[in-house]
Ligand binder design. Structure first.
Ligand code: UD1
Length: 360
């Protein structure tokens, strides 16, 4: 079997690793081709992850880079279609919900190539999020739907997907976390003078939080207030960095640092007191690590992180509520949390087994 594994943006690389490694191990006669669209292209957003995760260099790099959603998706679609026509894979595997995911799915489905979607079925029910559009449409045209949490199964069934195409396999991002955690690079704490359980880790990059001055300024003001209690360390996404400059916002005492590689970021998460984020994957990682997490969004597509895990989603509460909630975490008044079913480091293996057992 010839499989094209298509990735493009930072969170895709962590999801790729366990699937790629398992296929290599269990099915050495399958031809696996890593295709990187180049949606993320900065060294610290892309290449460093291949190095730290010990992944081989991508076999194909499409150099799509940034642009409007239309431009970025269209460039990826055009280049992927050419590649699929030339290479004629039996299966295209896509990950998560980024623009590269939907571009690969559209290119593949129209060529009659089967698609496997890793992280299928998640729904925020918020059509203003580009990721929601990407994952809904990707699921609609995928043949194999690999689901991370039970809500995903329900969502897909409700949308009319046949049950025999839905595979509850667990979470590949957690596979990677379990593999890399023993190698987390704690030198990062010294680098920024941080002490274990004595700082707040922040990540923010959602357009709804950072693309307009008012919400971004409000959030940064609160982070600044929190830094009177504990150091606030903020590895900054290029999108957010650009906006802070453009809006000329003073970041006060917040420690803004470069985006970190996975081993360093994992150490930052593991030893933080509290994580404040608007990311998808970080809600899951903090649940696994049992770290208090506040998600600065009106919704989550990963409800198990709230129902079982340590995540609290801000929802429709005003941003001022972030301060009060954070103080609860600082004062150790937080829920304990449990690890969701099948988040056990074996999702990559289950995906390989499911593919082995079916005709592609
Ligand atoms: C994308 C994903 C989002 C994911 C995030 C993780 C979509 C729709 N969004 O958002 O789901 O959570 O990646 O990081 O696919 N940029 C750089 N260097 C890079 C990459 C981007 O400077 O290596 C800049 C670009 O100029 C661009 C901006 O960051 O304007 C945003 O990049 P883009 O890929 O469009 O979306 P993200 O916000 O990264």
């Amino acid at each position: 079997m010839k499989i094209h594994l298509v990735v493009g943006a930072r969170p895709n690389f962590m999801k790729l690793m366990p699937v790629y490694n398992n296929i290599k191990k269990e099915c050495p006669d399958w031809e696996t081709i890593i295709v990187h669209t180049g949606q993320h292209y900065d060294y610290e957003m892309s290449q460093v992850f291949f190095e730290v995760l010990n992944l081989p260099e991508p076999d194909v790099f499409l150099d799509v880079r940034s642009g409007t959603h239309g431009e970025q998706t269209a460039r990826a679609l055009e280049r992927l279609e050419k590649l699929f026509i030339k290479e004629n894979p039996d299966l295209v595997m896509v990950f998560g919900d980024v623009n590269s995911t939907i571009a690969a799915s559209l290119a593949a489905v129209k060529l009659g190539i089967k698609i496997a979607h890793v992280e299928a079925g998640l729904r925020s029910f918020d059509w203003s999020m580009p990721e929601e559009i990407n994952r809904m449409l990707t699921d609609r045209v995928s043949h194999f739907l690999f689901v991370t949490e039970k809500a995903g199964i329900e969502n897909l069934k409700r949308e009319g997907v046949e049950e025999n195409r839905i595979y509850f396999v667990g979470n590949t991002m957690i596979d990677t976390l379990i593999t890399i955690l023993p190698h987390a690079d704690i030198s990062i704490l010294n680098e920024f003078g941080l002490k274990e359980n004595n700082y707040i880790l922040v990540t923010l990059h959602r357009p709804s939080n950072v693309d307009r001055k008012e919400p971004l300024k409000k959030i940064l003001d609160i982070l600044n207030q929190l830094s009177a209690h504990l150091p606030v360390v903020f590895p900054i996404h290029p999108r957010t960095e650009k906006r802070i400059k453009e809006f000329n916002i003073d970041t006060g005492r917040i420690t803004i640092i470069e985006p970190q590689n996975y081993r360093k970021f994992l150490a930052l998460e593991r030893f933080s007191k509290l994580v404040i984020t608007d990311s998808g994957g970080i809600q899951e990682e903090t649940t696994f690590l049992k770290k208090p997490c506040i998600t600065v969004r009106p919704n989550t597509e990963r409800p198990v992180t709230e129902e079982m895990g340590t995540n609290v989603v801000l929802r429709d509460k005003s941003i001022e509520h972030l301060l009060e909630l954070s103080m609860k975490a600082i004062n150790d008044e937080w829920k304990e949390g449990e690890i969701p079913p099948l988040w056990d480091g074996k999702a990559g293996k289950r995906i390989t087994e499911s593919l082995k057992g079916t005709e592609v």
